[in-house]
Design a protein around this ligand. Structure first.
Ligand code: ZN
Length: 245
């Protein structure tokens, strides 16, 4: 029963993530107007707006004008539900789990926005960082996470200066610095550094196959954070073996 509640909650938060992804870069309100078809702009009825289900029942088309609705909408809803389910299985049915899952959902939205716009809104980025520090609701852990966030943000800012200086072009966006802080807050020093390293490994195939000059980095940072978060124990074991044996 709990898992079902978590999945339904994840689907509806995922639906909200779609609103964030679509509206924030355009500077629109995320509350009003209510959901409408991006093509014909007719307001959607509630049954057009059920996460996942409506898209499947309407076969990926608008109920009014029949224009295609991107598969991205149900995909984001599904991914968010998976995020919520995995974090619930990891830490239980708690407010902390909800806040952490919401943090990862914000990161998913940031990754998609960065992918399309090569820039992310500060509002969402600050939200992710703040949630990442405060989600534990435990004062000692909050101070610990805050220190790690400062450390990672600082290190990334310095790195950005060095790389820009030596390559002669602006490396990494300012937004990446805040994501690094978020990684530090959630993972801490040991696995956090590995997540940053992993993110740069993940970019290699993208760099090889992409013809675009400007590469969004947040999708890779967010994906690496998620992978290391899920496999944290195994990553620690691997790092211990590599470094100390
Ligand atoms: Zn329509």
């Amino acid at each position: 029963m709990e898992s079902l509640i978590v999945i339904l909650l994840g689907l509806s938060i995922g639906s909200f993530a779609n609103v964030l992804i679509y509206r924030i870069p355009k500077g629109e309100s995320v509350v009003l107007p209510s959901s409408h078809c991006p093509k014909c702009e007719v307001n959607l009825k509630w049954w057009h707006n059920i996460p996942l289900l409506s898209w499947l029942l309407l076969k990926g088309r608008c109920g009014y004008c029949n224009s295609k609705i991107s598969i991205q909408y149900p995909l984001i809803e599904l991914l968010t539900a998976i995020i919520f389910l995995i974090i619930y299985l990891n830490i239980g049915f708690t407010i902390q789990a909800f806040l952490l899952a919401f943090t990862f959902t914000t990161l998913l939205a940031l990754a998609v926005i960065d992918f399309y716009h090569k820039a992310v809104p500060d509002s969402l980025n600050l939200l992710a960082l703040t949630l990442a520090v405060f989600y534990t609701l435990d004062v000692e852990l909050i101070i610990h996470s805050f220190k790690n966030a400062l450390l990672f943000g600082g290190a990334f800012a310095f790195l950005r200066f060095y790389v820009s200086f030596f390559t002669g072009r602006e490396a990494m966006g300012e937004g990446d610095i805040m994501i690094a802080g978020t990684i530090g807050a959630i993972l801490g020093l040991y696995t956090g550094v590995f997540a940053i390293f992993l993110s740069s490994i993940l970019t290699i195939p993208a760099i090889l196959f992409s013809k675009e000059r400007e590469m969004p980095f947040i999708p890779f940072l967010a994906l690496a954070l998620w992978i290391v978060y899920i496999f944290e124990e195994r990553v620690i074991l691997m790092l211990n073996t590599l470094l100390f044996s």
